[in-house]
Ligand binder design. Structure first.
Ligand SMILES: [Ca+2]
Length: 157
């Protein structure tokens, strides 16, 4: 199961001054960016998780001078966890990590980072990939018609 949420999804909350752009190499054609700041500007994706559990979360970068250590906060089952993601000329999907998620979560990036490498923070898309095993089930159920008890043989493959 893979879910992607874009910068222009309805649930995205944008605080502070971010510019919306439509470069060819933005994921799904659009993204938000801002200059490095003091952390008071942020973009937050709030996401319903239909199947709670372990997910890998990634964010998407263009090949540009975004912060070397951009700050991303993930709301997990246990607490909020902040991780640092290298966006400095580091295009494509970059991992935030693997997190145990409840039925509702959020991912938030702020305009603050420490490194001298990079001038901007970029908010384009986030991707959730389920780490939980999925099984296809096959088999048969026989009802004997008398006591409504069923004998079942189910094979997980
Ligand atoms: Ca996008």
């Amino acid at each position: 199961m893979v879910f992607i949420y874009e910068d222009n999804n309805d649930s995205v909350q944008v605080v502070g001054t971010w510019k919306s752009v439509n470069y060819d190499d933005c994921h799904a054609g659009s993204a938000l960016y801002t200059r490095k700041g003091d952390g008071s500007a942020w973009v937050k994706w709030t996401v319903d998780i239909e199947y709670p559990g372990m997910y890998q979360i990634e964010t998407y970068f263009r090949n540009y001078k975004y912060g070397k250590d951009t700050h991303w906060t993930v709301n997990t089952v246990d607490s909020d966890t902040t991780v640092y993601v290298d966006g400095y000329y580091n295009p494509g999907w970059q991992p935030l990590g693997e997190f145990n998620l409840s039925t509702k979560t959020y991912v938030c990036v702020t305009d603050y980072f420490e490194s001298d490498s990079g001038d901007y923070v970029y908010a384009d898309a986030i991707r959730f990939t389920s780490m939980m095993p999925l099984y296809s089930i096959s088999g048969s159920v026989e009802l004997d018609g008398e006591n409504q008890m069923a004998d079942a043989l189910i094979t997980l493959t």
